[in-house]
Design a protein around this ligand. Sequence first.
Ligand SMILES: [Zn+2]
Length: 220
Amino acid sequence: MLLKEKLIEICHRVYDKGFVSAFDGNLSARTPEGNIYITRSGVCKGEVTPEDILLIDLEGRKLEGEGKITTEVKIHLLAYKYRKEVNAVIHSHPVYATAFATMGEGFTTPVFPEMVLSLGKVPLCKYSTPSTEELPESMLPHIDYAWAMLLENHGAVAFGKSVEDAYFKTEKLEHAAKTLWAIRTMGRAKTIPLVKLKKLYSISEDVYGIKLNEKNRMDF
Ligand SMILES: [Zn+2]
């Protein structure tokens, strides 16, 4: 499947799953030539067609397509500039993940092995006004290690090695947020003991290439 078609399919999936409403969110993918396909401004992700996908360069200049470039393009450009291994970015507003972001919480404690392995630490980026330079600046302290981030009072961002990978990271993030919400209605979440966490990180390094360091290490 062509990259543009894949991006469109994932746009529809993101909308069908309720990770965005109305015209919210934006999705992008890096082409083999190093340019970026990105959803145009003001389109419902459930109704994206090939005409709604723009081609831009790494400086955010439009190369192909009709329509406005999203004001949240800076989120995407930051990831592609700083992370060579990132080939897709999904910015969405999933209900449970955004609820945690609005309480001012990231996912920084080790609760689910699956989260530790595939997402690692999910930091909270300080509230910033959408569409301004404040937004990429709030992401900058975490851009070198995170595969998903929560944007305070706003939503979520997931990075992937492919469009599908970015989608599954978004889905995993929302699933974890929903489970944590359920846990909090019942009581308190237990965290994974440190010795077991170290074991998980060694798997994470071997299988997912996520290297443990001071920044991505979960709080304990
Ligand atoms: Zn947004």
